[in-house]
Design a protein around this ligand. Structure first.
Ligand code: ATP
Length: 455
């Protein structure tokens, strides 16, 4: 794995995974842009999550709700009142520091001065104006989590799918938090993506489901290539619990800057649906909620056995996509000494995550028959739907291997004179991890590639 954030940042920029946002204007703190390979890696990680959370289960539906929502959503969700971090100002260097919920800051991180204020609450939501009139009422917020769009659509999903408990709703999308101190590359940023599942169950079955999801989510991260020894659980308690949570288990990963939260699995009880439902008094809610004077829908489900309407409990595994990508890159990063005394950098991604699946390189860039066969193979493999297949005509195979090791391409295929002269059109297939090369007849290449990526 990577030992320092710097080596990752530098590889990400050099090879086109991640760039500082607004770089040509001096940058924008807490915002990053995903380049040609970053966008592929991100899409692959999202697809793996969606496959596991939606397609491979029969009790989860997908959703893609709007980022901009009615301001009442955040009034009743509790975010307007309580989605804050404690902030301390330094009188000396004028910097603002994010305090921990548990301990005050006595010394400024930045200049070492002890001349700092007591902590005060700072709301992390971005407030924005909606519509052409700017007045006291015309505001809303950018969503600080995707979850609220799931709760507000609870009735729509139940009515349109006839789901009964237990079942879940999954969503992937952007969230925004005006973090006091964005830092550690894409670990803490102001604009990020979340992959969230809200899993609704009967009250009383919540603890069992909570435990189930903690285990399932850890297994999923292992399946993305993270090593068991680099994952830990942290049981969040007391003042550190979010305003909606009865109990939370954080899944931590050993990032280059230390063990930190990758995903939180929270038992949100009946807090959210209870907060957004109308007729709250009918449901005997267990969570303490603000009295709702605006909702037009009952967010409850019929318990067929007991023949009554109830507000389900909710278990939420909430993963950061950017943090996930950082974890996967940290883990995949490998510096290897080779037998011939040289060394190489390899990103040992799991095949399903690799941004480029196969690179096809003609050995002679000006030989029409070689170029034509290489292009034909690229088109054939692209149609398999495995992801990006790159046709790369630089004529320098050695450099190509090096570059593809560094971006984690599992397979490189070279087309040479043998391929056009010998019977069966043999091409050379080179494996990223073992660096072994084998010869495969061109007609058998698609089957070879499918077998590699599907099995
Ligand atoms: P932290 O304590 O690190 O600020 P959190 O406990 O506030 O995180 P949650 O509200 O539980 O985070 O959000 C769920 C997930 O969303 C986190 O586990 C993380 O992966 C991701 N996430 C939250 N805030 C950020 C951020 N500022 N930048 C990138 N990812 C984030």
């Amino acid at each position: 794995p990577a030992k320092t954030m710097d080596e990752l940042v530098s590889l990400c920029k050099r090879r086109g995974f991640i760039f500082q946002g607004s770089e040509i204007y001096g940058g924008m703190q807490g915002a990053y842009d995903y380049g040609p390979l970053g966008v592929e890696l991100k899409n692959n990680l999202k697809a793996a999550w969606w496959r596991s959370m939606v397609y491979e289960r029969d009790d989860v539906e997908g959703l893609d709700a709007a980022i901009i929502q009615n301001k009442h959503v955040y009034k009743y969700s509790g975010h307007e009142d309580t989605f804050t971090d404690p902030m301390v100002d330094c009188h000396e260097c004028k910097s603002r520091l994010r305090a921990d919920h548990m301990k005050d800051i006595k010394v400024c991180d930045n200049c070492g001065s002890t001349n700092v204020t007591a902590p005060r609450d700072f709301n992390l939501m971005f407030k924005t104006n909606v519509g052409p009139m700017v007045n006291e009422e015309s505001y809303t917020y950018l969503r600080p989590e995707t979850a609220q769009g799931i709760f507000t659509n609870f009735k729509n999903v139940v009515d349109s799918t006839s789901r009964t408990l237990p079942f879940g709703i999954a969503q992937i999308g952007k969230s925004f938090r005006n973090e006091i101190t964005p830092r550690n590359f894409i670990f803490r940023v102001r604009e990020f993506e979340q992959m969230e599942l809200e899993f609704f169950c009967k009250p009383g079955e919540d603890e069992k489901w909570h435990e189930f999801w903690v285990g399932a989510r850890k297994q999923w991260w292992l399946d993305q290539g993270l090593a068991e020894e680099n994952i830990q659980f942290e049981y969040v308690t007391g003042d550190d619990l979010a305003h909606y949570s009865k109990s939370t288990v954080d899944i931590l990963y050993k990032f280059p800057h230390g063990f930190e939260e990758l995903e939180g699995v929270a038992n949100r009880t009946d807090y959210d649906l209870g907060s957004h439902t109308k007729a709250q008094e009918e449901f005997g809610l267990s969570a303490k909620v603000k009295k709702n004077e605006h909702s037009t829908a009952k967010l409850a489900i019929r318990d067929l056995e007991e023949n009554k309407w109830e507000v389900p409990f909710c278990i939420e595994p909430s993963a950061g996509l950017d943090r996930g990508l950082l974890a996967v890159m940290t883990e995949a990063y490998t510096e290897e000494e080779l037998p011939n005394g040289t060394s190489r950098t390899v990103l040992k991604f799991k095949p399903h995550l690799a941004p480029i699946k196969v690179a096809i390189m003609p050995l002679k860039k000006n030989k029409p028959e070689i170029v034509a066969l290489a292009k034909e193979l690229k088109n054939k493999l692209q149609k398999l739907g495995l992801g990006r297949i790159l046709y790369e005509n630089t004529g320098n195979v050695g450099k190509g291997y090096r570059r593809h090791d560094e971006v984690g391409t599992p397979i490189c295929v070279t087309v040479d004179f043998d391929s056009i002269e010998k019977e069966g059109a043999p091409v050379t297939v080179r494996d990223r991890d073992t660096m072994e090369q084998i010869v495969v007849p061109a007609a058998e290449l698609p089957a070879y590639v499918i077998n590699y990526f599907i099995n």
